[in-house]
Design a protein around this ligand. Structure first.
Ligand SMILES: O=C1N[C@H]2[C@H](CS[C@H]2CCCCCc2cn(Cc3cccc(F)c3)nn2)N1
Length: 322
């Protein structure tokens, strides 16, 4: 985006009132002709910009694809995650995030409208239709021992679950360790990778994929009969910027708890928001496959499963067949 285009988008986006061409030109130290050209260009890119004579210009709506400047305006007041790298298409935000880890000292967010090689657990393909979901990776750099990482995903899953439930009024449950379900349909997957050595954790790369605005037809096309989107569940389009802002704030709060509280402080809430209790499920961890029931989650985040023969098993993570 050209210098003036970025500045005019930011200036208009941060002002609710109408701004005259003259006012914009003077503030940004450019000509009114440049302002008019940029406004015309922005309209071609999908910005809806109202213009009323004797009043000026005002952004009515922004295009569905992420705008890096607008994302960074939305995140700029956050204490922790206030810097974002935004792309239209990447192989995977996890890959791009890892490539920036040594270049960016702080924590940061990577977003993309589309992923061509989105990956879930066990390197499963992750469908990331353009501008239909939140495809995001968050890089955090805590000073913690590797052992502490066993509960990180649990705190993050609560952040995601509470945004969906509290702000969109959609009942959803956590399927330990990496999914959020609405009823019997997946709406979100998240996974945590880390870069660590004997000195401890160097960086956490948490990848989150949330289905926001897919239609049923779009799921059928990619054979995702057991997937749903927030739009399908509450019947109206989800504003990706609003969702992103709410989620990042919730993640910051839960991350602060992760750093300062033991998991036992939130265990009761986690268990209440989880869906894996009192069901006979098949748990697979590596070559180990157990049919049984989850009966508890330990303070270290491990799941306790009682198998049909009455034996207890501890899983750090598992692929659970519902
Ligand atoms: O490449 C990337 N990965 C991360 C980032 C952004 S997207 C994100 C996906 C991470 C998913 C990891 C966990 C997982 C869950 N599941 C089950 C499932 C399947 C289909 C839909 C659904 F909601 C849940 N499979 N893996 N970049």
């Amino acid at each position: 985006m050209s210098k003036y285009k970025r500045e005019i988008v930011s200036y208009l986006y941060q002002n609710d009132e109408y701004l005259s061409g003259q006012q914009i030109a003077e503030t940004l130290n450019c000509s009114r002709v440049t302002v008019k050209k940029v406004i015309d260009q922005l309209r071609k890119e999908g910005f809806q910009i109202e213009s009323i004579s004797n009043k000026g210009y005002k952004i009515a709506s922004i295009p569905s694809i992420w705008q890096e400047d607008i994302v960074n305006i939305e995140l700029k007041d956050n204490a922790l995650l206030n810097q974002a790298i935004v792309q239209t298409q990447v192989d995977s935000t996890q890959i791009l995030a890892k490539s920036y880890i040594n270049e960016i000292n702080n924590h940061f967010v990577v977003l993309s409208d589309e992923q061509t090689k989105g990956r879930g657990r066990f390197n499963r393909e992750w469908s990331s239709l353009k501008s239909k979901g939140l495809w995001m990776s968050i890089v955090l750099k805590p000073d913690i021992a590797i052992q502490k990482m066993s509960t990180f995903n649990l705190f993050i899953s609560l952040a995601i679950q509470e945004v969906i439930e509290q702000h969109y009024n959609i009942q959803c449950k956590i399927k330990w360790p990496n999914d959020i379900y609405i009823g019997n349909k997946k709406v979100c997957g998240f996974l945590t990778e880390m870069i660590a050595d004997t000195d401890g954790v160097h960086a956490i790369i948490c990848g989150i994929g949330i289905n926001l605005n897919q239609t049923q037809l779009e799921f059928d096309k990619v054979n995702q009969s057991h997937a749903t989107s927030l739009n399908l569940e509450n019947g109206k389009p989800i504003d990706p910027y609003q969702f992103l802002t709410l989620l990042i704030k919730a993640i910051e709060q839960r991350y602060d708890q992760f750093l300062n509280l033991p998991f036992s402080e939130i265990k009761a809430l986690y268990k209440e928001k989880s869906m894996i209790w009192n069901k006979t499920l098949t748990y697979t961890e590596g070559k180990k496959q157990i049919v049984g029931r989850a009966i508890d989650i330990q303070d270290n985040g491990f799941l306790t499963v009682i198998s049909e023969d009455g034996n207890l098993h501890q899983f750090m993570s598992a692929d659970i067949e519902i």
